[in-house]
Design a protein around this ligand. Structure first.
Ligand code: FDA
Length: 393
């Protein structure tokens, strides 16, 4: 056997490293195993390379789960302020970009360095490039067979993330371990992902590819106000990524472009003020030129503003502010930032992330059925769930 530890953590991502730090600081001997060549690869690419490491407004309502109350305990016990304190102890400069989203001033690598330094100081060992094979329960805990030999520990923490971005080593391994131990899973699907459109609609919208506009995207009772981006595959931008976690195949979303402006009132005013102006010119006051041109043409509007009845103006405004669209699908795990669903929280103790029926087995981070909004919430869940498991493992 290659070694015995108090705690083995599978996965050196955000949650696994945070758990290792906390357990190590408690004096537990900790081994972290990962098949990747470097720890925290998703941290490295996150937030456009600057890591949106938390959100100061993080609250349970910003998370999706079959049990919306489950995340409360961990989130209350390790808060954004706790993470900010760690960032500041390491002298990492940060700023709030928008909507409570905190980013590194320099590089996401600062966060990875902070976590690996903390792990080292806590005495936690990290083994990379290690393929994990069988996991067996033993009299003394767990035995993990790997490409580097077998390791044993009293506690096993599974922190191998979800299925998003397989190119970066995401495997869905945690779900296989859950199945092995007979634990229930909530169906997984890609979240925070661009939505695609059917080829006919895509062809009509092709001229808009690359255009961004402020928008409110609605689905059922949920709405997000952020930027909308037209792409060569469909719709993207933060507002679409946010709603994608709520949307299901076959359903419609409503797009309200420029939600802070009453477009109908604006068009009426433009008609009264300058009747000789074209509808396209009037609209281009508030919309990108190409978008204004597209809407006017696709609504079949010609002539100047004086020629347009109120009904026509209402129709034009509705095309911009009540656009019901049925996405054909999503870009899938290839580009999804997160995986929705996962280990059913019903089988976990919310204070420790320990499996209720199996001693000393823990699941943390993205593999659990808790998924945050876009904007630093998912890392906050990784830190918080990792921290509470590290207190108990
Ligand atoms: P994570 O995926 O980070 O770590 C899992 C670890 O397990 C990896 O190191 C992996 O190599 C390892 N592993 C997997 N399978 C294994 C196996 N079979 N054997 C051994 N090791 C295995 N969130 C946020 O809050 N702010 C942001 O700015 C961003 N930005 C962002 C950008 C992009 C492009 C993506 C894809 C995602 C984000 N996210 C984000 C989401 C965030 O990255 C995500 O929620 C966390 O990384 C989840 O942390 P975990 O530790 O649970 O998994």
């Amino acid at each position: 056997m290659a070694g015995r530890y108090d705690v083995i953590v599978l996965g050196a991502g955000a949650a696994g490293m945070m758990c290792a730090i906390r357990a190590g600081r408690r004096g537990r001997s900790v081994l972290v195993l990962d098949h990747a060549a470097a720890p925290g690869e998703k941290i490295r690419i996150s937030g456009g390379g600057r890591c949106n490491f938390t959100n100061i407004h993080a609250e349970p309502k910003n998370f999706l789960s079959a049990n919306p109350h489950f995340a409360k305990s961990a989130l209350a016990r390790f808060t954004p302020q706790d993470f900010i304190a760690m960032v500041e102890r390491h002298g990492i400069a940060w700023h709030e970009k928008t909507l409570g989203q905190l980013f590194c001033d320099n590089s996401a690598k600062d966060i990875i360095r902070m976590l690996t330094d903390e792990m080292r100081d806590a005495g936690a060992q990290l083994r990379l490039r290690t393929e994990i094979g069988d996991i067996d329960q033993t009299a003394g805990g767990y035995r993990v067979s790997t490409s580097e030999g077998a390791f044993e520990a009293s506690s096993l923490v599974v922190a191998t993330g979800g299925k998003s971005i397989p190119k970066m080593g995401a495997t869905g391994f945690a779900y296989r371990i859950a199945e092995q131990f007979g634990l229930p899973l909530v169906e997984t699907r890609p979240g925070l992902v661009p939505l695609t459109l059917d080829p006919q609609l895509l062809q009509r919208l092709a001229p808009l590819s690359g255009i961004a506009a402020p928008a409110e995207i609605r689905h059922d009772k949920t709405a997000f106000r952020e930027a909308l981006l037209f792409t060569h595959r469909g719709l993207s931008g933060p507002a679409i990524l946010q709603i994608s976690s709520y949307w299901r195949e076959g359903e419609e979303i409503m797009v309200v472009i420029e939600p802070d402006i009453d477009v109908f009132a604006l068009l009426k005013k433009a008609k009264q003020g300058n009747g000789r102006q074209s509808a396209q010119t009037a609209l281009a006051e508030i919309l990108p030129k190409r978008l204004a041109q597209h809407v006017v043409e696709s609504e079949g509007i010609s002539g100047n503003m004086a020629d347009q009845s109120d009904k026509r103006l209402q129709q034009l405004a509705a095309a911009i502010q009540s656009w019901n669209v049925k996405p054909s699908g999503s870009e899938g795990y290839r580009t999804a930032e997160v995986t929705l669903g996962g280990i059913d929280t019903a089988c976990l103790d919310s204070r420790t992330m320990q499996v209720k029926t199996i001693p000393d087995l823990f699941f943390i981070g993205e593999c659990v059925d808790v998924t945050g909004w876009l904007g630093g919430y998912n890392f906050q869940w990784a830190w918080a769930s990792g921290h509470v498991a590290g207190e108990a493992a």
